[in-house]
Ligand binder design. Structure first.
Ligand SMILES: [Zn+2]
Length: 278
């Protein structure tokens, strides 16, 4: 077992480690058609013999959406595992704040992409006004809508799922009218879910809904998650609505794996393919 210090010793050891999550036995294949047949070019890239696609080691994967060197990526993953804020990650990994913020967002996106509701959530998150879009103001003319999330407990794990076709205002009518728009709400009205988390466009403060569920056995498991999530959300002093789903899915992941080391798992997610529809 190689130590973390060894992995980040230089770019080459870090690259080798990350490639282990990309290709079994270092056997390269085309990210577009999966063919193992290629011509190696002088610059390190490969040309697929079947579809002619030119690719390099990390083509098509989340890790490729940033120019960070492999050893820098591993440092960021380690600091993210330790739940340090982007400003500290920037300083300790030796990158600009904007870079740290973007790569941490990519990590969260990779976590979200491995969740069971990724097919419905990912297109929203990658669309106009989403966390990775540059320049555009949030919510301006894009397809973004406030997503509503249901929170359930299944086999001892917490599951947060986007509820398609639901509007927070409809579900939480009276609460929303009372000016709670933009807060985290916890309600028990929606029959399929034990609780509902709702994010608006405004910056979020963490609130605890008055309808907080209690007294029913299957809800008790969620209590632990709620205090876990609340403490962490508080540290951010308000989260922009468009980032909220990313934080929720990160919390779900952290909570369900809270007894485990997350480093390898995060590297594996980072080396996963970005879905073609994105
Ligand atoms: Zn190909």
């Amino acid at each position: 077992m190689e130590t973390y210090e060894h992995l980040v010793k230089n770019e080459s050891t870090a690259r080798k480690y990350l490639l282990g999550f990309c290709f079994k036995n270092q056997q390269r294949f085309c990210p577009r058609c999966r063919s193992r047949s290629f011509t190696k070019l002088g610059d390190g890239r490969r040309r697929c013999k079947r579809c002619e696609y030119l690719y390099h080691d990390f083509s098509g994967r989340w890790i490729n959406l940033s120019r960070l060197a492999p050893d820098q990526w591993l440092r960021v993953v380690k600091l993210f595992e330790l739940e340090l804020p982007a400003s500290v990650i920037a300083r300790q990994a030796g990158v600009a704040y904007n870079t740290a913020h973007r790569v941490v967002t990519l990590l969260r996106m990779a976590i979200l992409a491995h969740g069971e509701d990724a097919p419905s959530l990912l297109p929203i998150m990658m669309g106009p006004g989403g966390p990775l879009s540059r320049g555009g103001r949030q919510g301006s003319g894009g397809s973004w809508e406030d997503p509503v999330f249901g929170l359930t407990s299944r086999d001892g794990e917490v599951v947060i799922q986007v509820i398609p076709g639901c509007k927070a205002e409809d579900l939480l009518g009276s609460a929303a009218e009372k000016g709670r728009h933009g807060n985290v709400l916890c309600a028990e009205r929606f029959e399929a879910y034990d609780s509902i988390l709702y994010s608006g466009f405004n910056h979020l403060a963490v609130g605890h809904g008055k309808n907080h569920p209690g007294g029913r056995d299957h809800v008790n498991g969620l209590e632990g998650f709620w205090s876990f999530a609340k403490e962490r959300l508080m540290r951010h002093h308000g989260i922009s609505g468009r980032f909220f789903p990313l934080y929720l899915k990160e919390l779900e992941f952290r909570y369900n794996h809270r007894q485990q080391a997350l480093f390898d798992q995060l590297c594996r997610f980072l080396c996963g393919f970005v879905p073609p529809s994105v």
